[in-house]
Design a protein around this ligand. Structure first.
Ligand code: HEC
Ligand code: HEC
Length: 324
């Protein structure tokens, strides 16, 4: 039985008996994925559709392939939807549904309350290895308009339940990049390439049909996907392509190990990462760059096991509260 199932699902399946267990498996909560094509052909409809295009054709519209050099904000040929699958509408595929209704919020990485445009620029400068987009620009406005459109009906301050990359249990051992290499060759290389280079859309068209996973044209080391637990959960619940929660294809251990193989590969470096997480005890245990609040080796922060680090961190937080 899938560990990702909630206890409710488990008990329902158990009550129905093994022969009915399949029928009793809950499907992922449906995300409302309204169709921007249905909007009227007025200024609002056109802006929402442009915003969606910016998520699906990022490299061509605001990346290295943009005709106007001033619009080349993204530094690589990924699209937002390389990670925010189906233009941000897939449950546990890093959906963007509801995000509009949850900003501004406190961001540990910056140590302050941040806005939605700032969060988008976080992905532009890290996941897309580029530079920030001005907040008043037509492109930023269009992305925000599309995200608002996706959030219609979402309650302010109540994030959707299938936000993020989905569930995965922490392992008690370190993730193993060597074992991960075999999994990569067997399960991923046919699409993403033996060198993680992905597949281009067409000869002479450098945008990706299947995104690169490492190398110069990939996300940089400050990106969310550069954290082992984010990549492992995303892979577990979304890869190989076509996989959806709650019916993963890889085991949890395989997802951790293949993610470790990915994180062991070279990728662009972002300057100034030591300034992230100004409050060090808010830094995720798997941030792959220092400084850290503890003295665990950097390699353990990268590959785990994370349990001992988390325990030390929690103890020091508890002690500092006692001291106040
Ligand atoms: C390489 C993968 C990747 C790419 C490409 C990418 N993102 Fe992200 N994005 C992430 C990850 C990982 C997160 C963090 C999710 C989490 O916190 O669990 C995130 C978070 C976000 C959030 C906050 C979501 C929330 O629920 O709070 C927004 C908004 C966002 N991205 C927008 C964009 C936009 C717009 C683009 C394109 C301009 C983009 N991203 C490109 C990986 C990516
Ligand atoms: C059938 C082709 C296919 C296979 C096999 C596949 N992927 Fe993907 N992968 C994609 C596509 C297409 C995307 C873009 C998102 C989407 O549309 O699903 C993607 C996106 C990704 C991303 C996020 C984008 C980025 O550039 O970082 C990661 C990470 C990833 N895949 C890892 C893997 C791993 C690890 C495996 C093997 C376990 C794998 N994929 C197998 C097609 C594939």
């Amino acid at each position: 039985m899938n560990k990702a199932l909630g206890t409710l699902g488990l008990s329902i399946a158990a009550a129905l008996g093994a022969c009915l267990a399949h029928a009793a498996e809950p499907s992922p909560p449906a995300l409302t994925a309204p169709d921007p094509a249905a909007l009227p052909n007025d200024a609002w409809g056109a802006t929402v559709r442009y915003g969606r295009d910016l998520l699906t054709q990022t490299a061509k519209l605001i990346g290295p392939q943009a005709q106007n050099p001033a619009l080349r904000y993204a530094g690589n040929n990924l699209a937002c939807q390389s990670c925010h699958i189906d233009a941000g509408t897939k449950a546990y595929g890093l959906p963007l549904t509801g995000a509009f209704a949850d900003y501004p919020n406190y961001r540990a990485r910056e140590g302050k309350v941040g806005t939605l445009p700032e969060r988008i620029n976080g992905c532009l400068t890290r996941s897309l290895n580029g530079k920030p987009m001005p907040e008043g620009s037509a492109q930023m406005t269009a992305i925000i308009a599309y995200l608002r459109f996706l959030s219609l009906g979402s309650k302010v301050g109540t994030p959707i339940s299938t936000r993020g990359p989905g569930p995965i249990q922490t392992m008690s051992r370190a993730a193993d990049p060597i074992r991960g290499q075999d999994i990569y060759s067997a399960q991923c290389a046919a699409c993403h390439g033996s060198n993680g280079q992905g597949q281009r859309a067409a000869p002479g068209d450098p945008t990706f049909a299947i995104p690169a996973l490492w190398g110069d044209d990939s996300f940089n080391d400050g990106a969310g996907m550069a954290r082992l637990s984010t990549a492992a959960a995303f892979i577990r619940n979304n890869m190989p392509h076509g996989t959806s929660w709650p019916a993963p294809s890889l085991t949890e251990a395989d997802a951790w190990d293949v993610a470790a193989f990915l994180e062991a590969q070279p990728r662009p470096h972002m300057a100034g990462l030591e300034r992230d997480y100004p409050k060090l005890n808010e830094k995720p245990v798997d941030a792959p760059y220092g400084p850290y609040a503890d003295s665990f080796p950097a390699i353990q922060h990268k590959y785990g096991p994370f349990g001992p680090i988390r325990a030390t961190l929690n103890a020091s937080i508890a002690a500092s509260k006692d001291g106040n």
